[in-house]
Design a protein around this ligand. Structure first.
Ligand code: IMP
Length: 196
């Protein structure tokens, strides 16, 4: 028999991969509070503009879904998938589209939704693609920003949190496809990814 779901049972300290997490950087509550603020800000800025949110798969899937529910103006949703780090923890600088948008963004107000801006290479590539598609405007909303690692300058219009130069997981962010299900953002133990 299925028992009713009780959210209070979903405590972050019963998650299986917890032992790989060195420390919790942003609690689930902090994340949710900030996502609501970002949603409210975007709603104010895009009043009457019918924006399209473009989530960058897979990392931004969780953030995009939460953010969308805090957007109070009419909007649409689309996704792109780009090549990710695979099992490595650092960017190779090689970016390619694995899944393109379903709908045309010509003359639309686009908000790219990213999980984290690290070197900025991925975002620069995506911004270039959007601009070539004759969008009305394009802005970026990133849950996390790691400015210390930037290799190329890129404007991020909406930022959830600035984070230090650590490899973080959770709230959609992975290492080797794991930890995306953690409701908080944690610092991964360097031993796990063979880092510093
Ligand atoms: P960038 O091109 O170096 O800015 O990298 C962007 C992508 O790298 C993000 O969308 C993430 O998928 C991934 N990434 C960068 N830093 C981290 C991290 O600390 N944890 C998990 N993924 C990361």
């Amino acid at each position: 028999m299925l028992h009713p779901f009780r959210p209070e049972q979903l405590s972050s300290d019963v998650r299986p991969s917890e032992s790989d997490v060195q420390s919790v950087l942003l609690s689930a509550e902090q994340v949710q509070e900030r996502v609501a603020e970002l949603g409210a800000q975007i709603s104010r800025d895009y009043e009457g503009k019918d924006p399209v949110l473009v989530g960058v798969l897979v990392g931004a899937a969780v953030f995009t879904a939460d953010l969308l529910r805090h957007i109070t103006v009419p909007c649409s949703l689309d996704f792109v998938a780009i090549s990710s780090y695979g099992k490595e923890s650092r960017s190779s600088g090689v970016v390619r589209i694995l899944k393109d948008l379903d709908e045309s963004v010509e003359s639309r107000h686009v908000v790219i939704v990213e999980d984290i801006v690290d070197t900025g290479l991925t975002l620069n590539y995506l911004l270039d693609i959007m601009r070539h598609r004759n969008v009305a405007s394009v802005r970026v909303c990133a849950m996390l920003d790691k400015p210390s690692r930037r290799l190329t300058s890129v404007d991020v219009d909406y930022i959830g949190f600035e984070v230090p130069d650590e490899f973080v997981v959770g709230y959609g962010l992975d290492f080797a496809q794991r930890y995306r299900n953690l409701p908080y953002v944690g610092i991964l133990r360097p031993e796990v990814y063979g880092g510093k």
